[in-house]
Every structure is written in structure tokens, then in C-alpha cells.
Design a protein around this ligand. Structure first.
Ligand code: AMP
Length: 467
């Protein structure tokens, strides 16, 4: 036997039906982004290493330890993107800044060389949005409200929104100084990493997961005590706007987020249960200085990134993957070569008018019984049985697979039923909606658009046979 290959450590195959959950998350996000006026941006996964070092910061875990770095043939350092904000800003400066502000969203894989565990992978997908050129706090509120609505639509209620303000270039230095002097007083008890961070990037100490460090930072000075009047009123207004929309939140003085570029508003949506230590589903914040730092003109901005794997882990607790599999509307079951030919033609006609139809394509002599078995296995809703009899006597033979109810229609009835306009037929029905499994077969037939369309197409194809 040849060598079997395995997926690279920390990388995952997203197989069906999990892939369908991804698709659902993406689809819903696209709908919401459209309503909120965000447009899609598609970016390369590879960027210059320097872009990330410059934006995220060289003293961060991401840049220090977690980047996938590759060299091109000319020896230039490139990196698989660990996040997308830096790329979005680069693209904005390059191609969009002359058009003013932009509200953008993206969907795609990110790469970080982290220790893999539940909810933490080396390749993971993010859905993100960036509002560039908007000073806030109305836009800060808009992004948070968008996420709140998204989670409501997904029926995810056990998420807490944590909010903080990190201040700006004016007020951050005083806070930083006070934090450093507090941490220095406790230096000996800090973990090795934090002792080093203390001088390089003291805010990161607040992010440390080490229990002793956590106990120390619990009483550390909070950035909110140092906010300048502008930052303070920005933060007040954001909280007011969120409250006016009944979006609940908790101010978390320890929330700093791991990246260097944040200013003012930072936030996270954290799962109460289901994700263990990797409980942050969304991380976001304002980055008012980044556009300028990356070579653009001073432009305020805010964004967020949502981890799709963590979202699907939460959804998997609520949705059974089996329920995600929706079988074909119609399964064509044939007996003999002539019937196969008829079914083959019908299959593509049905698909062309939007019906999810299936048949066994590769085994023209398969028995009826085993075709029914496959139809059941793939959860087909109804079977169309095409045999010698049906072709000779020009009959439509339908079976609702869930109930086992069968109905045979001759050409006369087919003509009568398919001649009625669908809208008219609907208006005669007392029960609204979809009722495929209804025991009342005629009613079921009429209520289902797929079957209604089948009647018309089947009739056309039968009439062609006659010619
Ligand atoms: P960040 O870019 O670090 O602010 O992360 C934003 C979101 O991306 C987090 O809240 C997670 O949902 C997700 N995320 C970050 N890192 C990983 C990872 N290694 N594996 C899976 N999801 C991740």
C-alpha cells in the first residue's frame, strides 16, 4: 500500500456536514453585512512580514512566536496572514482611501503557530469587518449591534459582551506609567514572560493567563481612570448608544486585547460555556493610528474579527449535524434502459428549473428496491417511479418517502393539475407553507412547489414521447 498522508498539525479538514455550518454562518453574515452597508473585500493570504510586525507590534505573541514566515526566491520575508486588519488597511490605503470612508467585510483563513487545542488551530477562519474613516462612537455601536443581531439570528444567547477603553496617544502614557509602577512593585511574583513584557509592552501583562499574574493584575490601575475628556466622552456615548438599543455589556477594566494597534474602544464577545479556555468568539477594537502608521493619512477606524470554528463549536451544541443534511426534493427511480433515458433527461430539466433532483447515474441496471434504499439514505423527500408501465400508459407515479403514500396521475389529471397557476393553487389552500409529509397527498402535492413544477415538466416530456 502507498503512504497515507495526514493533515498538517493544527490544520483541519472541514468536511460535510460541518462545512454546511460554515456556509450557514457565512451566508447569514453576508445578509447582515449587506443590511448594515458593509462591502466585501477579498485579500491575499500572503503579505510582507513587515506589514504585520509594524501593525500588530514586534513584542506581541503573534509576531514573536506565531507567524508562519516564508521566504520567496529573492529572499524577501513574507508571512501567512495571522489576521486581516493589517491587510485591509494596506489595501484601503492603496486602492480605496481616495474615495473616503469605507465599510468593509471579509471571510477567510488566518494562520497562527499556536499550541492546538479545542477552539484553537493553526489555520482558522475569521469573519471580520472594518469601518475605516469613521471616528465613532456611533460606528463603534453599529458594529457591536451588528454582532448582537447576528448572534440573535443564530439563537446564541450565552455570550457576554465585554467592553473597555484603552485611551489614545494623549492619555495612554499616563496610564502606562501608572501601570508600570504598579507592576514593578509586584515584579518578583510575575511570570517570566510578564517580567519581560513589563518594560516592552506592559499592557500585555493584563492579558496573561497565568493565575499569579491574574491575581496581581486584578488590582492594577484601570485605563478608564486615565482617559482624557475626549476618550471619556467617546466611551460614555458608546455605552449610552448600546443601552438605548438594549445591548447588554460589562465594562471590563482588564480587557486590553493582544495587539498593539488598539486605541479607545476594545471589546470581546465571550461564550459563557462550551469553549473552555478559548472562550473569546469575537475580538474587536478601534485603531485610530494604524492607517497613518502604515503610510496613509490620519484616518480613524474600528473593526472586529469573529472566529468561525468557535462559532460552529457553539452551534454544534444546538444543531444536530444530521439535521443539516437536507435531501433531494425528488429522487428519480427507473426500471430498465428506456426508463433510465427518460429519467436522465428529466433529471437535468428539473435541476435547470431549480429543483434538487437525484438519480443513480452510473448503474442503469440497479434494482428498484436498492434505488429506494438509496433514496431513503440520502433523505429524498419524494420518489418518481419510472418503469415500463408508467411510460407505456403515460402515468406519473409519485411516492412521498416519509409517509409511503403513493399517487398515480394519468395524462388527463396531469393536464388538469399542472394547468392551474401556482399562485392560484396556493390561494385555494387553507394551510400555508410547506407540508411535504402531510398525509393528505393531494394537498401535499399542491403545496409543494417542487412537485408542482415536476407536474409541468413531466407532462411536457411525456408529450414529447408521444411525438
Ligand atoms: P484576534 O484576531 O486574536 O482578535 O481573534 C479574533 C477571534 O478569532 C477570536 O475571538 C477567536 O474567535 C478567533 N481566533 C483567534 N485565534 C484563533 C485560533 N488560533 N484558532 C481558532 N480561532 C481563533
Amino acid at each position: 500500500m502507498s503512504k497515507k498522508y495526514q493533515v498538517v498539525k493544527g490544520f483541519r479538514d472541514i468536511l460535510p456536514p460541518e462545512s454546511k455550518l460554515f456556509w450557514l454562518c457565512e451566508k447569514l453574515a453576508r445578509e447582515i453585512f449587506a443590511r448594515f452597508g458593509y462591502q466585501e473585500i477579498l485579500l491575499p493570504t500572503l503579505e510582507s512580514y513587515e506589514l504585520f510586525a509594524r501593525s500588530i507590534g514586534t513584542d506581541t505573541d503573534i509576531v514573536e512566536k506565531e507567524m508562519f514566515i516564508v521566504q520567496d526566491k529573492k529572499g524577501q520575508n513574507l508571512a501567512l496572514r495571522p489576521e486581516a486588519t493589517a491587510g485591509v488597511v494596506r489595501a484601503y490605503i492603496d486602492g480605496l482611501s481616495n474615495q473616503g470612508p469605507a465599510k468593509l467585510f471579509y471571510f477567510g483563513p488566518m494562520f497562527r503557530y499556536e499550541r492546538p487545542q479545542k477552539g484553537r488551530y493553526r489555520q482558522f477562519w475569521q469573519i471580520g469587518a472594518e469601518a475605516i474613516g469613521y471616528p465613532g462612537p456611533g460606528t463603534d455601536a453599529e458594529l457591536i449591534i451588528l454582532l448582537d443581531e447576528y448572534f440573535k439570528d443564530l439563537s446564541l444567547k450565552e455570550l457576554d459582551l465585554r467592553l473597555n477603553s484603552l485611551g489614545c496617544k494623549q492619555c495612554r502614557p499616563a496610564y502606562r506609567e501608572s501601570l508600570v509602577s504598579y507592576l514593578k512593585a509586584n515584579q518578583a511574583s510575575l511570570c517570566e514572560d510578564c517580567q519581560r513584557r513589563l518594560n516592552l509592552n506592559p499592557l500585555r501583562v493584563l492579558d496573561c493567563k497565568n493565575e499569579t499574574c491574574k491575581a496581581i493584575t486584578k488590582n492594577a490601575p484601570s485605563p478608564s481612570e486615565f482617559l482624557c475628556p475626549e476618550c471619556s466622552s467617546h466611551f460614555d456615548r458608546l455605552r449610552n448608544l448600546l443601552s438605548s438599543q438594549k445591548v447588554s455589556f460589562q465594562v471590563d477594566a482588564q480587557l486590553v486585547r493582544g495587539l498593539d494597534y488598539y486605541t479607545r474602544t476594545v471589546f470581546e464577545f465571550q461564550a459563557r460555556t462550551g469553549l473552555g479556555s478559548q472562550n473569546a468568539v469575537v475580538g474587536g477594537g478601534r485603531y485610530d493610528d494604524l492607517v497613518e502608521e502604515l503610510g496613509g493619512s490620519p484616518t480613524p477606524a474600528i473593526g472586529f474579527a469573529l472566529g468561525v470554528e468557535r462559532l460552529t463549536l457553539l452551534l454544534q451544541e444546538k444543531i444536530h449535524e444530521q439535521d443539516l443534511i437536507s435531501g433531494p426534493d425528488l429522487f428519480l427511480i427507473f426500471a430498465g434502459e428506456k426508463a433510465y433515458q427518460f429519467a436522465f433527461k428529466l433529471l437535468f430539466r428539473l435541476r435547470a428549473i431549480g429543483i434538487y433532483a437525484e438519480m443513480i447515474l452510473d448503474e442503469p441496471s440497479r434494482s428498484l428496491r436498492s434505488q429506494f434504499k438509496v433514496a431513503d439514505k440520502v433523505k429524498a423527500k419524494a420518489g418518481v417511479i419510472i418503469g415500463e408501465d408508467e411510460l407505456q400508459n403515460q402515468m406519473l407515479n409519485l411516492k412521498v418517502l416519509e409517509t409511503g403514500k403513493e399517487m398515480k396521475l394519468d395524462m388527463e389529471s396531469l393536464k388538469k393539475m399542472s394547468g392551474i397557476d401556482w399562485e392560484e393553487m396556493k390561494s385555494h389552500l387553507s394551510t400555508p407553507g410547506f407540508a411535504f409529509a402531510s398525509p393528505e397527498y393531494e394537498q401535499t402535492l399542491a403545496q409543494n412547489q417542487a412537485l408542482f413544477k415536476l407536474l409541468k415538466i413531466y407532462l411536457i416530456q411525456m408529450e414529447e414521447q408521444e411525438e
